[in-house]
Ligand binder design. Structure first.
Ligand code: KIV
Length: 272
């Protein structure tokens, strides 16, 4: 299996743009390691995101703020080494694109060392100079508007964004500004469905929603959420497709019982 860096990936940026023109929905999921990447690879998923949600999901932090560029390169590599057909996008973590030079340098590292095909950044008009600079260096950029977890301290919690008329207008303007700056797609997180639909109609680039309703051009979920790793995590936007929490605990518990009762290993699991 080839890694995803650039030409080896059969889903390209033009292919993603064409999906929007052809009104074909785009399916995106997060992934953080090679074991899951091998399985994700065997599904028809279009885009794999090494999200900085790995801070919460696999590193045990409360939010994405402590995640560093070295962390992102590490996990992106793990996925990039095995991912084949889907487009691999990796998040730029907090403060790694706080000015143009940093942004270009760190985006370059995610492509060269992290084996990503594109990077994702959070923010609107205020970061368009950095989006432009990264794109000018030949690196595709995905934007992210609405609930932007790297600004959690400013936003004051994980809640639906753009509820006032002013905030709606600002979000629409930000979306257009990101498109003009060269972004190839836009994640819309936790915003009203009608606003996400309006943005999706206004833009030529695809919108990928999470908690943004069915009017988006695609959808993204965190892999561990859709697999049901934590059944106590129940946001309104989540649909679970498996119950890993119960399956994993039951499997490990059965193994413990077998070890303690002497049922494992049996003769057939032993060498003679
Ligand atoms: O970090 C992440 O996983 C994300 C997705 C939820 C869009 O940004």
């Amino acid at each position: 299996m080839s890694h995803a860096a650039g030409p080896d990936s059969s889903i390209t940026i033009p292919a993603i743009l064409k999906m929007k023109r052809d009104q074909q929905k785009i399916a995106m999921v997060t992934c953080y390691d090679s074991a899951f990447a091998k399985l994700v690879n065997r599904s028809p998923i279009d885009i794999v995101l090494v999200g900085d949600s790995l801070g919460n999901v696999v590193m045990g932090y409360q939010n994405t703020i402590p995640v560093t560029i070295e962390d992102m390169i590490h996990y992106s590599k793990c996925v990039g080494r095995v991912i084949g057909r889907p487009l691999l996008v990796t998040d730029m973590p907090f403060m790694s694109y706080s000015d143009k030079n940093k942004a270009v340098h760190n985006a370059g590292r995610l492509i060269q060392e992290g084996l990503a095909c594109a990077v994702k950044v959070e923010g609107g008009s205020e970061i368009c100079d950095r989006v432009e600079a990264i794109v000018q260096n030949g690196i595709p950029v995905m934007g992210h508007l609405g609930l932007t977890p790297q600004s959690i301290h400013m936003l004051g919690g994980f809640k639906v964004q753009a509820k006032t008329e002013d905030a709606r207008l600002k979000l629409l303007e930000d979306a257009k500004a990101l498109e003009r700056a060269g972004a190839f797609a836009l994640v819309l997180e936790m915003i009203p469905t009608d606003l996400a639909l309006e943005i999706s109609k206004e833009l030529k680039i695809p919108t990928i929603g999470i908690g943004a309703g069915a009017g988006c051009d695609g959808q993204v979920l965190v892999l561990h959420d859709l697999l049901g790793f934590d059944l106590s995590f129940n946001p309104k936007f989540l649909k679970r497709y498996a119950n890993f929490e119960t399956t994993v605990i039951e499997a490990i518990s059965s193994y413990c019982v077998d070890v303690k009762s002497g049922q494992f290993p049996s003769d057939s699991q032993s060498f003679h």
